[in-house]
Design a protein around this ligand. Sequence first.
Ligand code: ATP
Length: 238
Amino acid sequence: MTSLLSVRNLETWYGPVRALHGVSLEVQAAQIVTVLGANGAGKTTLLNTIAGVLAPSNGTVEFEGRLIGGKDADEVARGGVVLVPEGRQIFPFLTIAENLRMGAFARKDAEIARDIEQMYDWFPRLRERQRQQAGLLSGGEQQMLAISRALMGRPRLLLLDEPSLGLSPLFTKDIFAIIRRIREQTRTAVLVVEQNAAIALATADHGYVIELGRVAAAGSCEALSQREDIKEFYLGGA
Ligand code: ATP
């Protein structure tokens, strides 16, 4: 079986600093995969390299059987892989509706308005506030907008960097519930980097643990959640 995304021996450097030391990872169609790891492990670097924000110095990134490693971010996005970066980066002075339309910039089909309605169904808070400036939304609502805007590009793979960052436990639960719902309804695959290992392992199908730029563990989330070392280091000894 060919994977939707196949990352092999990826190496990324910041000048003289090597952040990824040969990372390999697979995402299958319609799968939710999580990447866990401590601060500085290389999670953001990994997502940014897949998304084309950073160029790898070695290794390959293959999406739907085509090599995308080293391509520009906008080309990768047009090809079906869309990143929601850490810190969301919505357009604060545009309205919510305008932000959503920006997410469809590369589309020429007639279903954009219908998809915006779909986003409002998934995230009713955005419907209520659709004419407000996005910068006025709460952190959790901005995260919802960032995810919706990415979905407006109709990705086949959504890359999420720390969706729970700065959110209350309730909002975090909401966001992860909606990630599952989106996968059930649209079969969009998701690769999600997350500090909150408990919720990530409860939501995803498969997980990778990155330590110092290398894959230290991988497996089904069920199997990873049972491991004593993972419980101790990532699940607070639970
Ligand atoms: P966090 O959870 O804190 O975001 P992370 O797992 O996403 O951490 P990265 O941000 O990918 O980790 O960082 C991986 C390594 O690369 C770290 O050692 C970091 O210091 C280094 N690094 C990240 N960005 C840069 C940069 N712009 N210049 C130099 N080194 C960097």
